[in-house]
Design a protein around this ligand. Structure first.
Ligand code: SAH
Ligand code: SF4
Length: 396
């Protein structure tokens, strides 16, 4: 008798057809879409007729209650729980360090499979809390003002590792019903932004699957309006973002001429400003006219003149937009300086007068290197990275 059939025999019980042990070992449930989990449950012995209900029950335990142990899933029959335990695991990234900023921002360094590391940042705000999550270890793109961009791409995160970031942040915040904190409204973790390490649209399928779980009422149940995906401008994937994910969109715009954008956001050489804007002009049709956020990092004497502000207003004409001005966050060896405050305000004023909201983003967690664009895996920091900060020649 093989080990497989032995397992089946021991666990067979009434209506529970018992799972066969997967040859490649237990499967992690975290990050599986509804249909993948359904398929995996059926393959491991769950009767087809029950599969949808089981998916819902298991999801509620994992994503609503924060449960990690099948044996505590008390609305499932005991033998079924044991069968789940045989075939599946509930595994999330491990927090290896946590830094808390003076302003309450928390930066987590997480270990994922393959001894890799990613950073996730929680930013508490009045009446809400935003989790900034990563989609890749490193990044293939090399935006000259971004710390992550100095770390070459190591690998894409799996959907499990992307959703897992939300689960571990909730663990740390003590926000699960079983952790005793009274349920607060709004939630401590009420918003998610894909603005950590990596380019989410270069890892589209995993990001989509993870965000579907984040939005599902039986999953993490965040409204799609509370999830924002930021892209440097991967034009062919932008329409798909509205169609297949349906979250809010932010574009890392950062310059008003191709000459400067080529140098700041090199993906511009592939899809330039006019390609990008063309796609964005069509975007509202698929996304019910929601506003697109244009992110604009303020770099002293590079992209921050009044003339830039006026040009920006002209470029985005016809696109329902909001412009988020991000004072540049420095990192060791960064080749730029933050714009003067007066100039940031002048830039904001021009945009505001043209009829667009133009909030200036307050840098958060700077003292722990957790602000936008400062993230990088610790181990990678220690290694000599392939591209250290080379001063960018914006004249040539
Ligand atoms: N790769 C995606 C998402 C991650 S970057 C993207 O580029 O959109 C998240 C945001 O932080 C982007 O708008 C990025 O341009 C901005 N950013 C990167 N480095 C920064 C820095 N040093 N200071 C301020 N913002 C920065
Ligand atoms: Fe990658 Fe975004 Fe940083 Fe550019 S700004 S290097 S796309 S993470």
């Amino acid at each position: 008798m093989t080990e497989e059939t032995q397992t089946s025999k021991i666990l067979t019980h009434n209506f529970v057809t018992v799972p066969r042990k997967a040859p490649e070992g237990p499967l992690n449930i975290v990050g599986l879409t509804r249909s993948s989990l359904r398929k995996a449950l059926i393959e491991s012995g769950t009767p087809e007729k029950q599969a949808n209900m089981r998916v819902g029950q298991i999801w509620q335990w994992i994503y609503e209650k924060g449960e990690r142990d099948f044996s505590n899933m008390t609305n499932l029959a005991k033998p079924y729980r044991m069968a789940l335990q045989e075939n599946f695991v509930i595994s999330v990234p491990q927090i290896i360090s946590k830094n808390i900023s003076q302003d309450g921002t928390r930066k987590y360094l997480l270990r994922i499979d393959g001894e890799h590391e990613v950073e996730t940042v929680y930013i508490p705000e009045e009446n809400r809390g935003t989790l900034c999550i990563s989609s890749q270890v490193g990044c293939t793109l090399t935006c000259s003002f971004c710390h992550t961009g100095t770390q070459r791409l190591v690998r894409n995160l799996t959907s499990s590792e992307i959703v897992g970031q939300i689960l571990v942040a909730r663990d740390d915040l003590g926000e699960w019903p079983t952790q005793g904190i009274p349920k607060t409204e709004p939630r401590l973790l009420s918003n998610v932004v894909l603005m950590g390490m990596g380019e989410p649209l270069y890892n589209f399928d995993n990001v989509r699957d993870a965000m579907k779980i984040a939005m599902d009422p039986e999953g993490i149940a965040l409204s799609r309006r509370r999830i924002t995906l930021s892209t440097s401008g991967v034009v062919p994937e932008i329409a798909k973002t509205a169609e297949e994910i349906g979250c809010q969109l932010a574009i890392s715009f950062h310059a008003t001429t191709d000459e400067i954008r080529d140098k700041l956001v090199p993906i511009n050489k592939k899809w330039n400003i006019s390609n990008l804007l063309e796609t964005l002009k069509n975007y509202p049709k698929v996304s019910n006219s929601e506003r697109i956020t244009f992110e604009y990092v303020m770099l002293k004497n590079i992209n921050d003149s009044d003339e830039d502000a006026r040009r920006l207003v002209k470029l985005i004409k016809g696109i329902p937009a909001k412009i988020n001005l991000i004072p540049f966050n420095e990192w060791p060896g960064s080749p730029f300086e933050r714009s003067d405050w007066k100039q940031i305000e002048s830039f904001a004023e021009i945009i505001y007068r043209a009829g667009y909201a133009s909030p200036i983003r307050t840098p958060r967690g700077e003292d722990i290197m957790a602000a936008c664009g400062q993230l990088k895996s610790a181990t990678e920091k220690e290694r000599k990275s392939k591209r250290t900060s080379v001063p960018v020649d914006l004249n040539g």
